[in-house]
Unconditional design. Sequence first.
Length: 272
Amino acid sequence: MVLRRVLVTGGNKGIGRALCQQLVADHGFHVLLGSRDPGRGEEAVRAILEKSPECADRIETLSLDVSDDASVRAAVEEVKQKYGAESSLYGIVNNAGVGFDHSMQRTLDVNTYGAKRVCEAFLPLLQKDGRIVNTASASGPNYVSRSSGEERQLLTDPEVTWEALDSFMKEAGAEPRGRQPYGLSKACLISHTMLMARLHPDLKINAMTPGYILTDITRGMGATKPPEEGTKAAIHCLIGELEGNGRYYGSDALRSPIDRYRAPGDPPFEGP
């Protein structure tokens, strides 16, 4: 039996590693654990196999820096060589990201452009019914809720174009003007998710938030939940029965609005 193959970027630590562990051990996937540092990727694979030694043939590391075009191209070629150029992937989880202590330009390059870079490069390898899951954050809707005028309209526009979004991000990178980079990058990622879903209606392309989980990004900020509790929405977007496309899901795997915060446990968002 050929296992469904999933690429998880930033899979060497935190929520990414926890997700890789659960996908191979509990859900029967073959996982390509993407890691910017190959050594850390191999270390993560070893740690996962210490817990689940029976999964030795279901997980491998893939050297992948989402902010580097050459690295992404090389990763695509490696997957092609091993598994073929067509239908070699069932899914992509864009999990790699940076936190609150980076410049606007660096944050956008990893959190938003990085996901776009990976999606576009690996799209030809996806099955016709494949899925893409973008790891966003409640910081995205929170950012939009504080925005107004043209910025808010752009970030919530279901017909957004890449030209408009790219222009906005370039302007934000050149002149941050007090904007919060992390929240802005995640709002743009959700917007790009809507765009991708519209352009590729045969695929299931959605964004989600893992919740307020203790990771390197949230360390020292009061988060206490372990990474293993931050995978529910990603797994739902990968294997769940989904209505619609290009949507944003809360950490409880229920649909959430993109322009304001919805707490886990609140009724799901039912808007357009």
